[in-house]
Design a protein around this ligand. Structure first.
Ligand SMILES: NC(=O)c1ccc[n+]([C@@H]2O[C@H](COP(=O)([O-])OP(=O)(O)OC[C@H]3O[C@@H](n4cnc5c(N)ncnc54)[C@H](OP(=O)(O)O)[C@@H]3O)[C@@H](O)[C@H]2O)c1
Length: 316
């Protein structure tokens, strides 16, 4: 039997990378084997990945040498960076640059870069519909990813630019799920007006990435946008109502009100939601649900994800 092609997966103990590891391990006929990258191979999560059949290798995105070693001999890399670990666009761009340089050095034949739009391509910093943040960004955690795309193309890393989407899982671990208001009723609060929010199960992103690797060179040099659903706040609230068995209403607030919520990252996320509303046409057009499903037939709809995850959503 032919030797399996190795895919190195960054963030393998996290949401996106973890999904990619699971997708490869669940598809032994795919011809791919997985090298799971982590800063700490001794952690419980890393040991669990090893137990399930992944090759676990130490690498830190702040250390380009560790990435070069981890990328040696692989067919592909799935690269994701971790904005919310530090909230620094500069740090995220430095880590993306390290990923690109290490891939070039190791001669990686196919890199999938998990990216998002640089929103400054849509509105200049002088556009004061929303505040400029950290001096030179509109949506810092988007801008630093889109602003890193050129690191890969500039030095000729064969790259697929994977435009991801809002995780359904944010309703669990980002605290964005329905909350009970003073009237005792559950409300889903988002600044999305009547616009659609493209979203996906975080774990399905890796499944789509595996689908891209399976299709060989087809998407090298291309941008692929994925989502599992395009839903309005009202439609998501209706799904929550059905899944939770109690009424959830959609509470549309203004981007200004969202930015003022005061939690770390509230301004960044308020700008993000406003960007998705103000540039709805372009944002939706960049993401393709049927293509995502063709890459990963197990792609979940919001209702399917809710049915499987409703017990994780804390409502009092
Ligand atoms: N939330 C959303 O809706 C959404 C949607 C699209 C995109 N994103 C983006 O997704 C990214 C986060 O991905 P995720 O959700 O998969 O992350 P995550 O679940 O928070 O995973 C974090 C992983 O990052 C690894 N890590 C952190 N710092 C590292 C470093 N310096 N070097 C190597 N590994 C490091 C950790 O692994 P070890 O501890 O094992 O090393 C950890 O498992 C963010 O940049 C975010 O902007 C989020």
């Amino acid at each position: 039997m032919a030797e399996k092609k190795v895919i190195a997966v960054t963030g393998a103990t996290g949401n996106q990378g973890g999904g990619m590891v699971r997708a490869i391990l669940a598809d032994p006929g795919s011809g791919f084997a997985v090298r799971a990258l982590t800063r700490d191979p001794g952690s419980d999560k890393a040991k669990e990945l090893a137990k399930q059949g992944a090759e676990v290798v130490a690498a830190d995105q702040d250390d380009v040498g560790s990435l070069k070693r981890a990328f040696r001999g692989v067919h592909g890399v799935f690269g994701v960076t971790f904005f919310w670990a530090h909230f620094s666009p500069e740090k995220e761009m430095a880590q993306a640059g390290n990923l690109a340089r290490a891939a070039k050095d190791a001669g990686v034949p196919h890199f999938i870069w998990s990216t998002l739009e640089d929103t400054r391509r849509f509105m200049p910093l002088s556009d004061n519909r929303m505040p400029t943040l950290q001096g030179k960004y509109k949506v810092p955690h988007f801008d630093s990813k889109g602003g890193s795309d050129h690191f890969f193309s500039d030095i000729g890393v064969p790259t697929t630019f994977l435009l991801t989407a809002f995780y359904f899982d944010n309703f669990v671990f980002f605290g964005m799920g329905p909350k009970r208001g003073p009237d005792g009723k559950l409300a889903l609060t988002l600044p999305m007006a009547d616009k659609k929010l493209p979203a996906i199960a975080a774990g399905d992103i890796g499944g789509c990435a595996l689908g891209i690797f399976k299709r060989g060179n087809e998407f090298i040099g291309k941008t692929v946008g994925i989502a599992g659903a395009f839903l309005t706040g009202t439609e998501m609230a209706a799904s929550f109502t059905r899944a939770l068995g109690q009424e959830v209403r959609y509470n549309a607030i203004s981007p200004d009100a969202y930015r003022a919520l005061g939690f770390p990252g509230a301004e960044d996320l308020g700008n993000m939601f406003q960007f998705k509303c103000d540039f709805q046409k372009e944002y939706l057009a960049a993401r393709d649900i049927p293509l995502a499903r063709s890459l990963y037939p197990k792609l979940q709809t919001f209702d399917a994800w809710l049915a499987a995850n409703k017990s994780r959503i804390a409502i009092d």
